[in-house]
Design a protein around this ligand. Structure first.
Ligand SMILES: C[S@@+](CC[C@H](N)C(=O)[O-])C[C@H]1O[C@@H](n2cnc3c(N)ncnc32)[C@H](O)[C@@H]1O
Length: 258
């Protein structure tokens, strides 16, 4: 879903990884389509991979806007190796497709918490599409329909935290959750209003709030023992295309020794 401002993209462009055909310039306009996903999306299908089957099922149900579908697959492609945990939490999940794709792809994930203050009406359609192709996914899902303030203290220790377009300071709450729980974090920050409050004024003034906020988040995570990388999503799917990946490996090694 995500809030698409007409703003300039925040991070460098990236290729489509899940559906490489979308890198064809002739399909670029389709990749950015705001309409419901429909049969036109099937040009991206490459064969009979799990990704292809899931896309077909989502198309059949016209379950979501096309951009949300492409973006969820691209986030999952970047988050997969970081999220090989037994529990993953999709914070501010909306329809929850990014988390559901991880749960469909990764056998290590036994439990997926979908957390949002509001469960969207057509979540059931998305769930049905995923369950048809990857029936093992449904049993992993646990919904927590609650505002973050109430949800965060309930999250299990060590879970992987995913937050895609958790607006403004909600991305900071995802950082808090990873630091508190000690599991990996994949966050795609969104509209930056109200963020970067703790960043040095010099950074806010010279780099702007967007970069200052993400640099500040990165230092917070590194100080807490995480090792952080930045990646990005194809600009066609969102201008809010920075992906922050934080791995607790360094921290876990320190805890092992200590
Ligand atoms: C921009 S949408 C992103 C949804 C989804 N992750 C995606 O990328 O498609 C932000 C989501 O955050 C949820 N949200 C906003 N404030 C919240 C809060 N305080 N606690 C929990 N969820 C919240 C909204 O209901 C909405 O589903």
């Amino acid at each position: 879903m995500g809030h698409d401002h007409a703003a300039a993209p925040v991070a460098p462009d990236a290729s489509f990884r899940a559906f490489r055909r979308l890198n064809d310039p002739d399909l670029a306009a389709h990749a950015a389509s705001r309409g419901r996903v429909d049969r036109r999306a099937l040009v991206a299908v490459q064969g009979d991979r799990l990704e292809d089957k899931l896309l077909r099922a989502l198309v059949e149900r016209r379950a979501l806007p096309a951009k949300e579908v492409w973006e969820s697959f691209e986030v999952a492609a970047r988050a997969r190796s970081a999220m090989k945990r037994t529990t993953v939490v999709d914070l501010c999940c909306g329809h929850g497709l990014a988390g559901l794709l991880l749960a469909a792809f990764e056998r290590t994930i036994e439990s997926l918490w979908l957390v949002d203050e509001r469960r969207p009406g057509n979540h059931e359609r998305v769930m049905a599409a995923v369950a048809e192709v990857a029936p093992w996914t449904a049993a992993k899902v646990r919904w927590l329909e609650a505002p973050l303030k109430r949800a965060l203290p309930l999250l299990p220790t060590g879970a992987g935290i995913l937050a895609v377009h958790a607006c403004g300071v909600r991305s900071d709450r995802a950082v808090d959750a990873a630091i508190a729980g000690g599991g990996p974090l994949v966050v795609v920050p969104c509209c930056y209003e109200g963020t970067a409050q703790s960043a040095p004024a010099a950074l806010r003034e010279s780099l702007g709030v967007v970069d200052a906020a993400d640099i500040d988040r990165t230092y917070r995570l590194e100080r807490a023992g995480f090792s952080v990388r930045w990646s990005s999503l194809p600009r066609a799917v969102t201008p809010m295309n920075r992906v922050i990946l934080a791995s607790p490996q360094a921290r876990e090694e320190i805890e092992d020794v200590g």
